[in-house]
Design a protein around this ligand. Sequence first.
Ligand code: ZN
Length: 483
Amino acid sequence: MRIAVLYFSHETVSFLKNDTTLEDFVYPGSPRRDEALLSHDPKGYMGGFVQVAREHADVELVGIESPGFPRTGTGSGWVTEEAFEHFTGRMVEELKSRGPFDGAYLCIHGAMAARGVPRPEAELARRVRAVIGPQAFIAATFDPHANEDEEFLRHADMAFCVKYFPHYDMHLQGERAARMLVRAIRGDFQPTTVTVKVPIITATVLQWTGASPWMDLVQRALTWEAREPDVFVNFMFGFPWADVPDVGITVQVLTNGKPDMARKIADDMAQAVWRQRKALVNAAKVYLIPEGVTLAKQALAKGDTPIVLADHSDRSGYATWLLKEIIAQDLHDVLIATVADAAAADALQKMKPGDAFDLEIGGRADESAGEPVHITGTVRITSPHGGAVEFGRGNLLLISRYLVQITEPSQIAAFGIDLARFKVFVIKSRVHFRRGFDDSGFAKTILLVEPTEPFLGTVRLEALPYQNVDLKRFYPYADLTFP
Ligand SMILES: [Zn+2]
């Protein structure tokens, strides 16, 4: 049994001005193939897939040359047509030269936006199908921020989407993809799917599955999976920062040759999602930055620390709105991780701990990043990726080359920083930080904030310059009836 393994993932914020280029996918270790690809993420989708596939002695995995996640992380815009065509073109050539295959595993994200390719994941599946033929099976794993419609499962047979945000079950979904792909190839599982789009669009900060109603809908999907053998239910939240035609919520149901059951469960899930629409779009309180910093100050005075101040909306990493307000309101004992600034990261390479620091930081990337902020202080850490500068009353600012999403306090402690010194943690994250700062019990106060003006990461989606999405087709931007 020969299974081709491919990886092509990005979560594209198409409103950012810097395209995700071919060069952004090429760095030491990327692209990779064979064992380097199969072993690259042991705790993630790939690790789960490879582990279960290799429980079967007759399975041979063939790692097809695949680019890693771009080095820009999620801080870059449209994937260029050149990049998409280059990597998918090489994949197709290698599938031809190393085939035939009984199946293919696509380790993808679902929120890629590529210039000239309206549905990149479905297009990848279509091209893979064209090479490996109609008899072979294609299984994929997805991030719940996937933007997908019926098109993907027209070309692929199976999809397994993460249920939780933070994404705790990536390895598990990889395991399931492997098990069901092997069973399908053996003739023991006949993939039968239904896809339903639910016309609701939400900012990602609202989609935390640790609170209702998002957690209730995840529970409903889990309950269906528990009730019926060989049923898999994907509840995809969608990713509104990619300006693509298939945004919004998606339900996919996979059964073993039971189209009526797939339809029934998909309709049940879709109706349950629709009934909760008002609560779904109001699931989190987001403060404007000045108010958020004032609330942080009050919590500090009351001793409700540590405090997390999360700017959920910064998509370039360069945003300085929160840094500016922290200085204006003279907040103290604050750790800021991070403000991205490639020029400052370069400048830090020429400095050493103890040196005086006097530079304008951040801003400039686009209007959503705001103005640079003048920081005068003392260099405390330098690293190839940036460094840390102490300023004000016990504040430490971490400067990075690219957008960094801090999800665990241990990411900061890894730099030798004593976390106990700080009372306020300022991070750029929407929900993933809950993993290390909330679910762990670390923070006493959590405040989600965004700038006063609705910039590109805002919950106020009506402020975004969509070209390919008509918000009037989605709740809460229209008064719709859903059949
Ligand atoms: Zn995600």
